[in-house]
Design a protein. Structure first.
Length: 742
């Protein structure tokens, strides 16, 4: 039951008095309202004038010798020097309360507890629009108000217990003390308030059990609300006789056992039993649900967070067409979501998460065109998501994660133009991400497609997620480059791309995601440098780059300063960063230059040593030549050839067989008649003065050197041709496309 601001302000004062008289709640005649700079001071002086008993003489400080903001019990705001607190508790004051209190327009806190004030509460209290709090208990003297019919004490900071005297208010029809800090038990006498229609004490610390004859002693009760307390025991069987009951809220307590039949509660609209210990986890726990089938007014049934067992009641499909909220999550309910669920065409919320439901999602789910929230996550549902789900155009939140669903994500979800949050993770979905789903402009909270078998690239339509807070496509088989337009998702706070096959660099466009608090791209094939702009993201508290192929220097600022928030292992080409990241040191420019100079020196030394070795080798060969008698190549030849055989082999030294010309002669290709072997014949031009020396030098070198890259010499010829001229030639193995230089 709600409460107006005026009621709130009047109630706040009730705990501040030792109240007397049947006309306590009568309203005093309004007095002239004082305006001007001295409004607060004059109001306080009028309050002082009404106090006739001041044994502790605290009111003597209320005089003009000091500013009123320094008077005892007064606190003023700094800016306007107006009274914000009036605290005169436990001062043994007596008298009445002046109507001028209504002029303290900036008053936020009023505490007059444990004094001896009497008479009525002035109606000017209703002017205190800024009043916020009070501390105290419900006065037992309220039990003297024998004519009182309605009492609202909601949304205060009342403590203590419900006074026994409240059980004497036999004319009371409405009692509400929600959202306080009241403890103890409900006085037995209050269960005997036979005229009570509304009894509401939710959101307190009340203990004890419910009276077994509750509906008998409260025959007219329409709203019975004790939610959010510490009440234990069973729900009284007598509750089934409360035929006027339209609201029963027993949620968030410690109730146990079975729920009795509710067949006679034909006017019941709200039934909240959630967050208790009801049920035994067995078949039969939900029998009470089917006793509500004939109720034509039922709108809300919330029984989640209990121990209910048995199968999903098929009778729910026969509930009233006004039925709008069904909450059965966090139980042990088995079986299928019944076919015919589509009959509940007024259903707006269906919560069945964390049960043991199995089988497919009924295809007629698409008939629930008013459905806004559909939660069936953490079950054992199988099969595909029916295409008809696209008919749920009012859908705001969809949770199908942690099931055994398979197939592709239906593109018809793109028709759900109001989706804010969707989780399909931990299923067996395959195929690509439908572009139609990403193209929805409504996304603002969460899109989670992780832990499936999705393939393909991240669609270009990801740029439409401009208002999305969290995107999770991790642990799939997505591939390709990260789209550059991912930077359009400027509202992203969490981005999880890990466990896929993405490759290439992190796009520079991600620099626009300055609100990012968590980024995970681990376990991919990403490469390139770690973007320096990540170090400037002030909100970034978690960064995982592990197991990719990033390279280069890693920053040392921002999130990179925190080793418990940054993860880079498995990137062998990274260097630098803080010590705790255990990366190798990077080579500076100076050390790089030093390394280059060192390499040059090493090469120069090697070349120098090689030249010296060659020089010594030549000296050694010359010394050996001087010590041995001179011989010709012909004397050591392996093959005996004559001028005539060479002439025939080269077809008379024809130009067709000429393969090269040199400074000391010509080279011909030939084929030996005896063996068919292909040879190369170098015929020296003896008219050249150096030809003879070249012939002797070449003979000596080729006689003593063997190397895999040198053409093997077969023999040498020295004689005369048919004209009687000197003839000298060297015969080699023929190398195709080769040369002696090579």
């Amino acid at each position: 039951m709600g409460i107006s601001k005026k009621h709130l302000e009047v109630v706040i004062l009730l705990s501040c008095f030792n109240l007397r008289g049947p006309n306590l709640l009568g309203l005093a005649t309004a007095t002239t309202v004082i305006r001007g700079n001295d409004t607060d001071q004059q109001a306080l002086l009028h309050l002082k004038a009404k106090i006739i008993g001041d044994q502790l003489k605290v009111m003597e400080s209320w005089n003009s010798s000091i500013h009123f903001c320094q008077w005892h019990g007064i606190t003023c705001g700094r800016k306007h020097q107006r009274v914000t607190k009036l605290e005169l508790q436990f001062l043994e004051l007596s008298g009445s309360l002046s109507p001028y209190i209504g002029n303290l327009r900036f008053l936020k806190e009023l505490n007059l507890a444990s004094n001896n004030f009497y008479d009525h509460i002035p109606q000017e209290v209703g002017h205190l629009r800024r009043l916020e709090s009070l501390r105290g208990s419900i006065p037992p003297a309220l039990g003297n108000l024998s004519s009182l019919e309605e009492l609202y004490l909601t949304y205060n900071a009342l403590s203590g217990v419900l006074p026994e005297g409240l059980g004497r208010l036999t004319n009371l029809t409405h009692f509400s003390a929600d959202e306080n800090s009241i403890s103890g038990i409900i006085p037995t006498a209050m269960f005997n308030l036979s005229n009570i229609i509304v009894f509401s004490i939710g959101g307190n610390k009340i203990q004890g059990t419910l009276h077994s004859d509750l509906a008998i002693t409260m025959p007219h009760v329409g709203a019975f609300s004790v939610w959010g307390n510490q009440i234990y025991g069973k729900i009284p069987i007598s509750i089934s006789n409360a035929s006027n009951l339209y609201q029963l809220q027993l949620d968030e307590n410690r109730l146990s056992g079975n729920v009795p039949s509710l067949e006679k509660l034909e006017n019941l609209f709200v039934l909240n039993l959630y967050t208790n210990h009801l049920g035994h986890g067995i078949e039969g726990d939900l029998n009470f649900v089917c006793t509500l089938v004939n109720n034509t007014k039922l709108g809300i049934l919330s029984i989640h967070n209990n121990n209910f067992g048995g199968v999903f009641p098929k009778c729910i499909r026969n509930f009233s067409r006004t039925f709008s909220v069904l909450g059965i999550e966090h139980n042990n309910i088995l079986g299928r979501i019944p076919d015919g669920i589509g009959n509940l065409n007024s259903l707006e919320v269906l919560r069945a998460s964390q049960n043991q439901l199995s089988g497919p999602i009924p295809s007629d789910i698409g008939r629930l065109q008013k459905l806004k929230k559909f939660y069936v996550d953490s079950n054992f549902l199988s099969g595909i998501i029916p295409h008809s789900i696209g008919n749920l155009t009012m859908l705001i939140e969809l949770a199908l994660d942690v099931n055994k669903l398979k197939g592709s994500i239906p593109s018809s979800l793109g028709n759900c133009q109001n989706l804010l949050r969707m989780t399909l993770s931990h299923n067996n979905f395959s195929g690509s991400i439908p572009p139609q789903v990403l193209a929805l402009s409504s996304w603002s909270i969460l899109l989670n497609l992780s832990s499936n078998y999705l393939t393909g690239e991240l669609p270009f339509e990801v740029e439409k997620l401009k208002n999305l807070g969290e995107l999770d496509v991790s642990k799939n088989r997505l591939s390709g480059l990260l789209p550059n337009n991912l930077g359009s998702c400027v509202s992203l706070e969490k981005l999880f791309l890990d466990g896929n096959l993405f490759e290439g660099p992190i796009p520079s466009s991600l620099s626009s995601l300055r609100g990012l608090a968590a980024l995970d791209v681990s376990d991919n094939n990403l490469s390139g440098k770690v973007p320096e702009f990540l170090a400037s993201f002030g909100a970034l508290k978690y960064l995982n780059l592990s197991f990719n192929d990033f390279e280069g220097v890693i920053p040392s600022e921002g999130v990179f300063k925190n080793s418990s928030a940054t993860f880079v292992e498995g990137n062998n080409k990274l260097c630098g960063g803080i010590t705790e990241l255990h990366l190798s040191r990077c080579n500076s420019a100076k050390s790089s230059n030093t390394s280059l100079r060192l390499k040059i020196v090493i090469v120069a030394v090697i070349l120098g040593v090689t030249l010296i070795f060659l020089f010594l080798l030549i000296l050694l060969l010359r010394k050996k030549k001087e010590q041995q008698p001179t011989t010709t190549c012909a004397e050591n030849s392996l093959l005996r050839l004559s001028y005539q055989s060479i002439l025939r082999a080269t077809n008379g030294f024809s130009t067709q067989n000429l393969v090269g010309l040199g400074s000391f002669g010509s080279v011909y290709r030939g084929i030996l008649e005896e063996t068919g072997e292909v040879i190369a014949v170098k015929v020296l031009n003896l008219l050249n003065h150096g030809a003879s020396r070249s012939f002797l030098a070449e003979c000596e070198v080729l006689k003593n050197i063997r190397h895999r890259n040198l053409v093997k010499v077969l023999t040498a010829i020295s004689g005369v041709d048919y004209q009687g001229n000197d003839f000298k030639a060297l015969v080699y193995e023929f190398m195709v496309n080769g040369s002696l230089e090579d």
